[in-house]
Design a binder for this molecule. Structure first.
Ligand code: GLN
Length: 538
């Protein structure tokens, strides 16, 4: 029987519900269970694909091409299981499906209502995500805070699931805040009591309360809270801020969560095998050296816009035994004149994805500076396109070289829409999305990253524009190696200047596949190059 864990939030948002859910997933997977995670987002957008990254953070792309909430990145990094298109559901997606059914006459003349039609659609997603991989445990996080108007249908749907599959197969985890008063240092539990009361008024009694707090909570206080919230005496646990994110599963394990969840859900009593994870965390806490990487982008006012890139850099650092300090550089403030000064302190430069013309010239200046000074450069998606544009402008001498996205009238659109690819419509869900195969050219830097015996890799995509095939010969003759191609040879997936220490761009998003104990190979080699650069410079 499939088991369900529902994670809700109380009191305030931003309590790290996603990390709690992901950490729980890691622990259960370490017990030998097949685990998948899912997030229900109450907002109306169909998916976060059209949301501004400076407001909502990055869009995480799944292997099967869904554009999803960034919490899914935490799930994949912690649980190390590919999520799928059922892993993220929004109110918009639910209503689209329901209204579609209504137009098709699926409801046979009935009045379409929140209960049962909307809740049924939500339940379909909750059941589907685990069915796709025959999961033992499905962890479902409900976005927002209990009591929000928008989340009501989702709360009602998870209540119904527990009726459908049996209360003994469901665990309701409520993550709340226990604030400390600044005046006398007292920890307060009243907001949690109120939040649990709200949840219970919606028909859900939580089994486990996870308190976010910045100081240890007295056992007596936990017992008092357990009594007033009607949970078992050991079912109030604290979740304190960890020095590194990946330590959270270990802290939760030490706090006894495995015993509680195993008992409450009737799971096998195998002890979680987290030795490798523990080693990785130990290593991460004792890094010997550091390197500085400048991240040049246009959304740097919001670090979450580059969450997976930052995490992948951290993973690569752990493998290389260095702490990676990120210097967030706003590309809009970069130009030919100040680029040397602004990037001089960095041991390497990474340029992640992005959309639209804003900040492009600063990016081109940064790519040129790196190529000319042999400073490691790693371009991702837009960052690869910038490397091509820079090369065309400054090596081939085509001063107007650009992308069709930025300058439709340029005579040298070295990046453009390719035949058979998506049109220029800027609507949601129409990009080249998800996992595609890339064939690797032997004896290149790219081949060196993945390993000489690896001929092809699957990496995730999220873009509309491509390298323009009309310019293949020109750029190759001038020294830009086309080191990655689609299996049919029609699309360029990666470019590099092979005689540089590291000057590489990939059309895909390798950051989505990096895991803390298994860094993505290009990131790993990029950080190794940063170390070499730092040592050379002395
Ligand atoms: N804007 C570019 C494109 O659509 C790059 C996208 C990205 O960096 N994800 O092709």
């Amino acid at each position: 029987m499939e088991k369900y864990i529902f994670v809700t939030g109380g009191v305030v948002s931003g309590l790290g519900k996603g990390i709690t859910a992901a950490s729980l997933g890691r622990i259960l997977k370490a017990k030998g269970l097949k685990v998948i995670a899912q997030k229900l987002d109450p907002y109306i957008n169909i998916d976060p694909g059209q949301l501004n990254p400076t407001q909502h953070g990055e869009v995480f792309v799944t292997e099967d091409g869904a554009e999803t909430d960034l919490d899914l990145g935490h799930y994949e990094r912690f649980i190390d299981e590919n999520l799928n298109m059922f892993s993220n559901l929004t109110t918009g997606k639910v209503y689209t499906a329901v209204l579609d059914n209504e137009r098709k006459g699926v409801y046979g003349g009935k009045t379409v209502q929140v209960i049962p039609h909307v809740t049924d659609e939500i339940k379909r997603f909750i059941r589907a995500v685990g069915a796709k991989i025959s999961a033992d445990v499905v962890i479902t996080e409900i976005g927002g805070t209990v009591g929000d108007i928008e989340s009501l249908p989702f709360i009602e749907a998870i209540r119904q699931v527990s009726n459908d599959v049996g209360r003994e197969n469901c665990l309701f985890v409520h993550v709340t805040l226990a604030p400390t008063l600044t005046s006398n240092g007292e920890v307060k539990t009243k907001p949690t009591q109120h939040s649990v009361k709200t949840l219970r008024s919606l028909g859900i009694s939580p089994n486990l309360i996870v308190l976010r707090t910045n100081k240890p909570i007295d056992q007596k206080l936990k017992e008092k809270l357990a009594l007033s919230c009607n949970v078992e005496p050991d079912c109030v646990i604290e979740n304190r801020d960890a020095s590194i994110l990946y330590e959270v599963p270990l802290l939760m394990l030490d706090g006894g969560i495995d015993e509680i969840v195993t008992r409450e859900l009737g799971l096998p009593e195998t002890a979680p095998q987290l030795d490798d994870w523990r080693q990785m965390v130990e290593r991460a806490k004792n890094l010997k050296d550091k390197v500085k990487v400048a991240l040049v982008g246009k959304y740097v006012s919001m670090f979450d816009a580059y969450l997976s890139v930052a995490e992948a850099l951290t993973h690569a650092g752990i493998a290389n035994d260095v702490k990676v300090d990120i210097d967030w550089v706003d590309s809009e403030k970069l130009n030919e004149k100040n680029v040397a000064k602004k990037l001089d302190g960095a041991d390497a430069v990474i340029m992640p994805g992005g959309f639209g013309i804003r900040g492009i010239e600063g990016m081109v200046a940064a790519a040129k500076y790196c190529r000319e000074n042999d400073k490691p450069y790693f371009g991702i998606c837009l960052g690869m396109q910038i490397a091509v544009i820079e090369f065309a402008r400054n090596v081939l001498g085509w001063k107007d070289a650009s992308s069709g996205e930025f300058d439709e009238n340029s005579k040298h659109r070295v990046i453009d829409i390719m035949e058979g690819q998506q049109g220029k419509v800027c609507t949601g869900g129409t990009m080249r999305l998800g996992g595609y195969k890339c064939m690797i050219k032997p004896d290149t830097k790219l081949a060196q990253c993945y390993g000489a015996d690896v001929q092809s890799v699957m990496e995730r995509h999220r873009h509309r524009f491509e390298f323009n095939n009309a310019y293949r010969e020109d750029v190759e003759n001038a020294g830009l190696t086309l080191c990655g191609k689609s299996p049919d040879g029609n699309l360029i997936e990666a470019v590099e200047v092979s005689d540089k220490l590291f000057h590489l761009g990939v059309q895909y998003h390798p950051e989505f596949k990096s895991r803390p104990a298994r860094p993505q190979p290009i990131f790993r080699e990029f950080i190794a190059a940063a170390k070499t650069y730092k040592a050379r410079r002395g």
